[in-house]
Design a protein. Structure first.
Length: 257
């Protein structure tokens, strides 16, 4: 596959980077990313994955836009209040880049429907705000053999990590948090609060890391850093990282070892 003159011009600032180059940009145009959640994290992720030239995007969210979302969910405007987030996302993508192949789903991801959503994805990026959904997504990614990039944010802290639990030597999200949260939601930002810009920092870092995952074995920028948790601290500010080990007894990926 090659890029048209118009696409070469559009992505010229990527192509001149030796770490990405023409081969990397072509590879991005051939990738399919499934984005779960279009909130504080999903908004900047969608912005920057679309801007990066990802060829195919699937956006999943069953929620509607509320006025309180506008403090951190930069994908939406006042005209979107009361409308579905997935529909608003499609409107934005179509206006931004009509060449992107976008599919939307306005339903909640569950253990029953996740497999079908992820079947031909190159990467699933989870920006949802509850453990039950995150664990269902993780298990489905392991079953489908698809990498998962998990991003979470709250108050002044963010967290981004790429998982390849379908590989025998790599951890999954369930290795990280265990089984205790399958039926329990985490604390919401409505209860704990969140600095809007913190969602932006976490989401843009997640988009950057998604590009690294997608360019693995394609360009020198490709480096998934599987199982490395990146913690973003907005109070200091600072960032630190640590590695998760695969749990041989994990109920989600232990059998892949």
């Amino acid at each position: 596959m090659s890029l048209s003159p118009a696409r070469l011009e559009r992505f010229a600032r990527h192509i001149v980077l030796p770490e990405i180059g023409g081969a990397g940009q072509v590879a991005l145009s051939e990738k399919h990313v499934v984005l779960i959640g279009l909130g504080g994290i999903g908004s900047p992720v969608l912005h920057y994955l679309a801007a990066a030239g990802i060829g195919r995007l699937t956006a999943v969210d069953d929620d509607v836009v509320d006025e309180s979302n506008l403090q951190r969910q930069t994908l939406f405007t006042e005209r979107d209040i009361g409308h579905g987030k997935a529909v608003a996302a499609k409107r934005w993508v179509c206006a931004f880049d009509a060449k992107i192949d976008l599919t939307i789903h306005d339903r909640r991801v569950t253990a029953e429907n996740a497999g079908a959503l992820f079947a031909d994805a190159d990467l699933v990026l989870d920006g949802t705000d509850n453990f039950a959904t995150r664990l269902a997504v993780s298990d489905a990614c392991v079953a489908a053999g698809v990498p998962l990039l998990s991003a979470a944010v709250g108050r002044f802290q963010g967290q981004v990590v790429a998982f390849a639990g379908h590989r025998g030597d790599q951890a999954c999200y369930r290795c990280f948090v265990g089984d205790a949260f399958d039926a329990e939601d985490c604390d919401s930002c409505a209860e704990d609060g969140m600095l809007g810009a913190m969602a932006g920092w976490t989401g843009t870092f997640a988009a950057l890391h998604a590009v690294r995952v997608l360019l693995d074995d394609v360009s020198t920028f490709g480096d998934p850093q599987w199982g490395t948790v990146h913690l973003l601290d907005g109070m200091t500010p600072a960032m630190r990282s640590f590695l998760i080990a695969k749990d041989p007894a994990c109920s989600g990926c232990g059998s892949t070892g």
